[in-house]
Design a protein around this ligand. Structure first.
Ligand SMILES: N[C@@H](CCC(=O)N[C@@H](CS)C(=O)NCC(=O)O)C(=O)O
Length: 223
């Protein structure tokens, strides 16, 4: 039997947190090998484990996978979280890309120069409130099911839950005008695997320490 997947990334959310979320929601236990110093990343590169010299990297089922989307696609397919047919999959992909657009804006906020931060937060709040959350509320209303696509849990519900938690962290009032999204959030939060991952210590917290942010920026050459 294959061992647990091993996740290689730094001890932060970044591009790995959605992978952690999806594995956890599928009820898959995983191990983490944190990249703590530039040498850790260099070693993975020298060992030929990073196809494009980048992380996230996941060792799973005898494969070494890189590229966040490819990793998520594999997990979603393997654990039957990718819809029942090509049409459901098309919707899942479309909704997922919208979620990625907002999630990336929020995650990149920590790397934003202090003098631009306020303007960026206000732009993100505006887009979240007026563009993205209304779009997902509308999907739930017209679809009339407990989940975003089809009538069972798929990866996109998990991606959206992760995003809703980040949005609440940014401003807890943003979700207020969206009753169907709030109901989805509480339904998903009570699923046993999700509930377990919501326990303190399972998810990564945003870095608060300026030194930690600077180190990550240097190590990963963030612009
Ligand atoms: N398209 C890749 C991008 C990966 C990426 O940019 N990884 C960053 C860390 S979040 C990295 O390894 N940067 C180091 C470098 O590019 O040299 C993905 O989605 O996985």
């Amino acid at each position: 039997m294959a061992g647990k997947p091993v996740l290689h990334y730094f001890n932060g959310r970044g591009r790995m947190e959605c992978i952690r979320w999806l594995l956890a929601a599928a009820g898959v236990e995983f191990e983490e090998k944190f990249i703590e110093r530039p040498e850790d990343l260099e070693k993975l590169r020298k060992d030929g484990k990073l196809m494009f010299e980048q992380v996230p990297m996941v060792e799973i089922d005898g494969m070494i996978l890189v590229q966040t989307r490819a990793i998520l696609n594999y997990i979603a397919t393997k654990y039957d979280l990718y819809g029942k047919d090509v049409k459901e999959r098309a919707l899942i992909d479309m909704y997922t890309e919208g979620i990625v657009d907002v999630t990336e804006m929020i995650l990149q906020l920590i790397l934003c120069p202090p003098d631009q931060k306020e303007a960026k937060i206000s732009m993100i709040k505006d887009k979240t409130k007026n563009r993205y959350l209304p779009a997902f509320e509308k999907v739930l209303k017209s679809h009339g099911q407990d989940y975003l696509v089809g009538n069972r849990l798929t990866r996109v519900d998990i991606h959206l839950l992760e995003l809703l938690l980040y949005i609440e962290e940014l401003d807890s009032s943003l979700l207020a005008p969206f009753p169907l999204l709030k109901a989805l959030k509480s339904r998903l939060s009570s699923l046993p695997n999700v509930k377990k991952f919501l326990q303190p210590g399972s998810q990564r917290k945003p870095p608060v320490d300026a030194k930690q942010i600077e180190e990550a920026r240097k190590m990963f050459k963030f612009e």
